[in-house]
Design a protein around this ligand. Structure first.
Ligand code: NDP
Length: 319
């Protein structure tokens, strides 16, 4: 019936989220290219949006009745939440339901990087074990490492918990020191990098975190250094990272996220000491289903009870 609230879905959306949205709402699907040319009548009806980290200020301004943007993903750097805040538009994300998955993937990527397991698997698959003998020993080991977490939020905490049984020392950097942990705190990324030999970045993409992992930080991490990024490629000076890896200023890197996804610089892929993943940290069927449900549940809660489950801090509302 036409009493259903109109919800915009700009671009791709998880199939389960889309199906549930279609049950509850009048869903308007439009590609990025189609959005600016949506008829005024349609634009005027849209009161909600479900997006996969893509909602600019320009887009928001096309929908005068827009009340809420429900983002698929905990990171919402592609949603102009500041602009939304000034216009009284709510933004929600999908925190917590993906913590375990992302932390698990981080540990996998760390071990892959340090022990070169994907390269070893490739070696076996290419028949080289039989022809050439044992795979070369990995120069690096996780044993006795000192891991520095850049970011110790919801996901960072789960990574830290998983690192403890590996018997590595754990330290961290965030803007504000956390009282709930006894790990050593460092007031800057550079100081943390200088103290540790393994750096894991799990911070959001914000104006403040742009290229926060730069040449200086990598230099401080040192020749035995391993850099892992599961936060945002935005936080890394990718040219500086490639240069540091090439010049053996750090030992290895494991990356799930990149500066200009899905474009990955060829300079990274030709390096032997890099392990890469196509942004899959949360990408299991069960976890993505949970994220999909939270995207829809936020919209349903808003339009049925005028409350939301997981608002982002830039749009302060009661939970
Ligand atoms: P939280 O908000 O819970 O934690 C963010 C952490 O980063 C906090 O410890 C925060 O501490 C710290 N931080 C924020 N800004 C800065 C800064 N300028 N300098 C130093 N530290 C900073 O977020 P989550 O743990 O839920 O998620 C973190 C990010 O991980 C997401 O925003 C997303 O971008 C990324 N992510 C990537 C995934 C993937 O698929 N690879 C999957 C899920 C998330 P403080 O505020 O004290 O500085």
């Amino acid at each position: 019936t036409d009493t259903k609230v109109a919800v915009l879905v700009p671009g791709r959306m998880h199939p389960r989220a889309l199906a549930r949205l279609k049950d509850a709402f009048d869903v308007i699907e439009a590609s990025a290219a189609e959005i600016p040319s949506l008829p005024e009548e349609v634009r005027g009806r849209v009161r909600g949006a479900a997006t996969a980290n893509s909602m600019s200020a320009t887009w928001m301004d096309l929908f005068p009745q827009l009340e809420i943007v429900s983002n698929f993903g905990v990171g919402y750097d592609g949603v102009d939440s500041k602009h939304a805040g000034t216009k009284g538009i709510l933004v929600t994300n999908t925190p917590d339901v993906l913590n375990d998955e992302v932390a698990d993937t981080t540990i996998g990527l760390l071990i892959n990087t340090v022990r070169r397991l994907p390269v070893a698997e490739q070696y076996l698959r290419e028949g080289r074990w039989e022809k050439e003998g044992p795979f070369p020993l990995s120069p690096l080991s996780l044993k006795n490492r000192h891991v520095g977490l850049v970011g110790l939020g919801r996901i960072g905490m789960e990574i830290a918990k998983r690192l403890e049984p590996f018997k590595v020392k754990i330290s961290y950097h965030t803007r504000s020191k956390r009282d709930v942990v006894s790990y050593d705190y460092y007031g800057s990324v550079k100081e943390l990098a200088a103290a540790v030999d393994t750096l894991i970045s799990i911070i959001p993409g914000t104006p403040e975190t742009h290229k926060i992992i730069n040449a200086e930080v990598l230099e401080a991490l040192g020749p035995n250094g391993v850099f892992i990024n599961v936060g945002r490629g935005w936080s890394v000076d990718e040219d500086a990272l490639i240069a540091a890896l090439k010049a053996d200023k750090i030992a290895a890197a494991g990356l799930d996220v990149f500066y200009d996804e899905p474009r990955v610089p060829a300079g990274l892929l030709t390096l032997p000491n890099v392990s890469v993943l196509p942004h899959v940290a949360s990408a299991s069927v069960p976890t993505r289903n949970d994220m999909a449900d939270l995207v829809v549940d936020n919209l349903i809660a808003w339009f049925s009870e005028k409350k939301v489950l997981t608002p982002v801090p830039e749009t302060p509302v009661k939970r």
